[in-house]
Design a protein around this ligand. Sequence first.
Ligand code: 5RP
Length: 230
Amino acid sequence: MANDQEKEAAARASLRFVNDGDIVGLGSGSTAECAIRLLGERLKSGLRIRGIPTSVRSKELAASLGIPLTTLDDYQQIDVTIDGADEFDPELRLIKGGGGALLREKIIASASKKVVIVADSSKQVQVLGKFPMPVEVIPFAQALIANKITALGASVTLRQYVDENPFVTDDGHRILDCRFGQIPDPPTLAHTLSDMPGVVEHGLFINMVNVVLMGKGDEVMEFRRLKPRD
Ligand code: 5RP
């Protein structure tokens, strides 16, 4: 349960980036959900925010806590987003999408003035790629794209539910989990994947993050990327 304490500590530390009146991107996954719960508590003591959730699950959680919600239709600029990650490297590049919400997460991050990532210490790596990189695809193209990514040297698995039906994202797509091993050049791989017709989005987040808050034992370590989103 050490990881749970680290997640909680990182989530708690993220609240200092949220100001009264902010539009807040609400991330997905267990660590982001800790932050959503803590925001719900802060609301009771007077904090006023509006949240834009990155997944149906986060939306339901936020609504159940009474957090006022809005959408990108009403606000195209988000003050701060708090989200989790599956891996981060020293340049604060991420792999995300373990929970299957990477598309909306990346859209929300791209619209955010500040992106704060909350994580436990198992997420810190020197080189991305230990975690299978999720690639969101339209079902029509899934076999084609799986072959293309296999040809790049990855081992590719279609994500499934326990009943072996394909996992379906909030936007009706599928996820290919791609084991590349170490990814020495994330930007080049990101471009290669984005150039494949049928790929909706991939789980590499590059130049999107301002701060990573990582719980480690009893402490929270803060990592900052200074440019260009400082
Ligand atoms: C969901 C994500 C999550 O942020 C990521 O999987 C981390 O989740 P957790 O905080 O449960 O470890 O990218 O798409």
